[in-house]
Design a protein around this ligand. Sequence first.
Ligand code: ZN
Ligand code: ZN
Length: 178
Amino acid sequence: MIKNVYLGHGGYGQPIYLRRDGTVSEQAEEERQRPSWDETFMAVAEVMARRSTCDRAQVGAVAVLGQRLIAEGYNGALAGMPHCDEVGHDMLDGHCVRAVHAEQNLVTQNVDLSGATVYTTHSACWPCFRLLVAAGVDEIVYRVPYRQDEDTTRIAAVVNASVKRGFRIIQLRRYKGR
Ligand SMILES: [Zn+2]
Ligand SMILES: [Zn+2]
């Protein structure tokens, strides 16, 4: 059987192969499942989310700088305090307020987040968004739009204002990977 024929490398260092059917592939068959950086870091955020003990929102977040993981967090009760899955939720205005949010736990790891990208499984609430901006985070990449409420409006207002004023406070991006 004739194998794919290696032709060389493309502009991004990707191997280019001539397939048996005569078409050109820019990725070897065996490399096709290799995750992109976006997919890699979102996958780590999802593993962090699985540690969350409030099943109303299992949220995970990781901070990345120059393709390196520098901090991580998940939605969970204060250290040493009972978890929601042990004692039930602590509800206020329709939200469980026991857990320290994933982004808050990430920021309190005391790592310099200037210029970092934060991958979160769920879009940030207003207090977390505010905290990430204040910490110097450059970009937030989220998978699930968690809330559509006044928090979303406040966040959009900040993002739009920063565009209008000609400097970027923070960039928001919805995750498009697998
Ligand atoms: Zn809870
Ligand atoms: Zn939050």
